[in-house]
Write a protein that binds this ligand. Structure first.
Ligand code: FMN
Ligand code: SF4
Length: 678
């Protein structure tokens, strides 16, 4: 371990970073009114405790009020941020972790109709696809006030005791001057590279004048927009070289790609099913061409790749950002030789998609992340060991078993199928989503380590459960697909029939999705890839409203590549047989009576699941709590399962889709938050 390249300290000027692991800037949207309050602090402290050397806080902390937050960004333009950041920095420093922050002016990457309703601006008035504002062209007085705002923000960060800052220069205001895609100016700020870099020099000079030579200042910059109308690799590398040669920056954090649409963003931040470490070699090339300390992150999810990035000299610090959202204790586990116990980041990008939908970043399978005040990452043993039976080995059931095992209880898991996984076993039939099996495999490995008993092919009846004399029964039996209400819907097949491969695609297929999450669109993708002529119909105004912009990208790629049709705002009214085929009758919520028909070979429906709850209701009368959960206690303190039937011999708790159709995170969170209390 001592020779592990990842664990070697790194000296960045006067600052010694204890190893090579860092978390790059990412706004988890935990801020309150733009301030990094306790939730924010505890989130970073957990990573510091988990052994990371450097945490780049915020993501795009905004330096000016006319850069209103796009996703909970911190307000670096307010003095009141200083004490909050000081607390965060003190906590992390105590654990030996350095703290920096990314500051920026978002430019056109935000909206005008929020915060102080100030106009959005950019180098030139070119609209950004993702945020849809038509920016105004920055004027001379805008440029000088924003330069001053950068300097004032940098001073605040220094006053808070942070070790340094980085500028964000990809898709934001600073690099809007660099890129031909966003700079059409013919004045002193456009045209030649000298002109396009003028703003960058003005900012760094003002920041250096404000903070002095000892404060660390780096830049997270694009060196190739990978875009026909954007910044070329040749010009990007030249910018990197000029930045390095200026001696004004202490490190370079490399980005390749552009981010003005969701589709483009997945090139910079690839999601599951996409290439790992796609820009690592380029980062190595730029490091060689510039000689500056090089940081970089882009889907380096595992320790082996991270180690290679350092050992091969491509990077000085390796960003494992989502990997630390999934497991904030990576450094400590590597140092302790427990690499195989790291909870894997499966690339689901639920974390990032949530912030664009206005939520806080949450990991699909680590419910403690972002909830550090209430949910522990390391589970304490219970005072008294008990006997727990968990029914169902999907993600929720396995999490319940894992947590109970960590608590020191004796656990038996009963699973009707021949293997664990539940709906995860189904969704990974889409080859693009195979990594999701990590959610199951990691838990199975943990259960084995904890010595818990798993019984497969065990369809549990109430007496099977009672024969195990449990103190606690957790019902995690999941659900089964249910059809939407429509005449003749029994002629349709379910999304599960398609995803599992049980029904083969034929000819023209209409996929009707009012589930709004992955199952419907995944079935459509698999059908289209298998050669069917697909039309995906949804009653919503937008496609798949329950999955975020990043996750929709590969689905749309498949649907567009295969020439599939997408139809919003129509509701399935009926299915009828006609000749050898079927007719789907589609109505409109908006224009009652307006009806369309489609002649197809198959109709596939996705309408969520109905709980498999027979066992729960069979066990309910004999339970101490009669199945009841005290929600006030569950979200606060006290006895979660009220004793409403003292004659009962066990507690009964039902979780996940066995309660109602939800997602993986919901089931895992339910298992964790109950499990740690019992
Ligand atoms: C929730 C979330 C928010 C992010 N916000 C920012 C941001 O504001 N600025 C930034 O430069 N990168 C941001 N990123 C990108 C990360 O810094 C990183 O580049 C990306 O996650 C790829 O690295 P990874 O594969 O190690 O996660 C964000 C990432 C996530 C997951
Ligand atoms: S949600 Fe997915 S991508 Fe994000 S940290 Fe968790 S496992 Fe990784």
């Amino acid at each position: 371990m001592r020779n592990d390249p990842l664990l070697q300290p790194y000296r960045l000027r006067h600052l010694v970073l204890k190893n090579r692991l860092m978390s790059t800037a990412h706004e988890p949207a935990y801020s309150e009114d733009g301030m990094p309050t306790d939730r924010y602090r505890l989130y970073h402290r957990e990573k510091a405790r988990g052994g990371i050397a450097l945490t780049m806080t915020a993501g795009s902390a905004v330096v000016s009020p006319d850069s209103p937050e796009a996703f909970g960004n911190l307000h670096a333009y307010k003095d009141e941020i200083v004490p909050w950041l000081r607390r965060l920095a003190d906590d992390c420093h105590e654990e030996g972790c350095a703290v920096m922050i990314q500051i920026t002016h978002l430019g056109r990457r935000t909206g005008w109709n929020k915060a102080d309703w100030l106009p959005v601006l950019s180098a030139s008035p070119v609209r950004e696809a993702a945020h849809r504002a038509f920016p105004k062209q920055a004027e001379d007085w805008d440029i000088s006030r924003i330069v001053a705002d950068y300097a004032a923000a940098a001073q605040r960060m220094q006053a808070a005791g942070l070790d340094g800052i980085e500028f964000e220069a990809y898709g934001h205001f600073m690099d809007s001057f660099w890129s031909p895609a966003t700079n059409r100016r013919e004045d002193d700020w456009g045209g030649s590279l000298d002109n396009r870099l003028r703003f960058t020099w003005a900012v760094i000079d003002a920041v250096r004048a404000a903070t002095g030579p000892d404060f660390i200042v780096g830049i997270r910059m694009v060196a190739d927009e990978d875009w026909d109308k954007g910044l070329s690799r040749a010009e990007g590398v030249e910018i990197a070289q000029r930045i390095a040669a200026s001696g004004k920056f202490d490190f370079l954090n490399l980005i390749r790609g552009h981010i003005d649409s969701d589709a483009a963003l997945t090139g910079v931040i690839p999601i599951q099913g996409m290439a790992s470490a796609p820009h690592l070699d380029f980062a190595g090339e730029v490091r060689a061409a510039t000689g500056v300390p090089m940081f970089h992150a882009a889907r380096i999810p595992d320790v082996a790749t991270a180690r290679h990035a350092i050992a091969s000299g491509k990077l000085d610090m390796v960003g494992m950002t989502r990997a630390h959202i999934a497991d904030p204790h990576i450094g400590a586990k590597v140092a302790a030789g427990l690499e195989d116990r790291i909870r894997p980041c499966v690339g689901a990008t639920y974390c990032l998609d949530r912030i664009y939908e206005g939520g806080g970043a949450l990991c699909i399978h680590n419910a403690a992340t972002g909830r550090e005040a209430q949910m522990p990452h390391v589970i304490a043993r219970a005072p008294v060991p008990r006997r727990v039976v968990v029914v169902g080995a999907g993600p929720a059931g396995l999490e319940a078993a894992r947590v109970a095992g960590e608590r020191g209880h004796s656990v038996t898991v009963l699973e009707a199928a021949a293997q664990a996984g539940g709906q995860v076993g189904l969704l990974v039939q889409n080859p693009r989503r195979r990594e999701m099996i990590g959610i199951i495999d990691w838990r199975l490995a943990e259960l084995e380590r904890l010595g818990l008993e798993l019984r497969f092919n065990s369809y549990a009846e109430a007496e099977d459960v009672l024969a195990l004399a449990p103190d606690m029964v957790v019902i995690a039996t999941g659900g089964l697909p249910q059809p939407p209400e429509a005449d003749g819907v029994e002629l349709a097949i379910s999304s599960w029939d398609v995803i599992s491969g049980a029904v083969k695609p034929q000819g023209r297929v209409l996929v009707y999705d009012d589930g709004g999450a992955h199952a419907g669109i995944s079935a459509a993708e698999m059908l289209a890839r298998a050669g069917a002529e697909v039309e995906l119909v949804t009653p919503e105004r937008m496609l798949s409203p329950d999955i975020g912009g990043m996750n929709v990208v590969p689905y749309l790629k498949s649907l567009h590549e295969t020439g599939s049709r997408i139809t919003p705002a129509l509701r399935l009214a009926a299915v009828r047989r006609e000749g050898n085929g079927l007719v789907a009758v589609l109505g409109s919520d908006y224009a009652p009576g307006a009806v369309q028909e489609r002649r197809v070979d198959q109709v596939v429906v996705e309408h969520g699941t109905a709980p498999l709850d027979e066992l729960y209701f069979a066990l309910k009368p004999g339970s101490r709590n009669l199945g009841a959960v005290d929600y006030t206690a569950l979200i606060g303190e006290g006895e979660v399962l009220p004793v409403t039937n003292p004659a009962g011999s066990y507690g009964l708790y039902r979780i996940g889709d066995a309660v109602q159709a939800r997602n993986i995170h919901a089931g895992i969170y339910e298992a964790l938050r109950f499990g740690i209390r019992w």
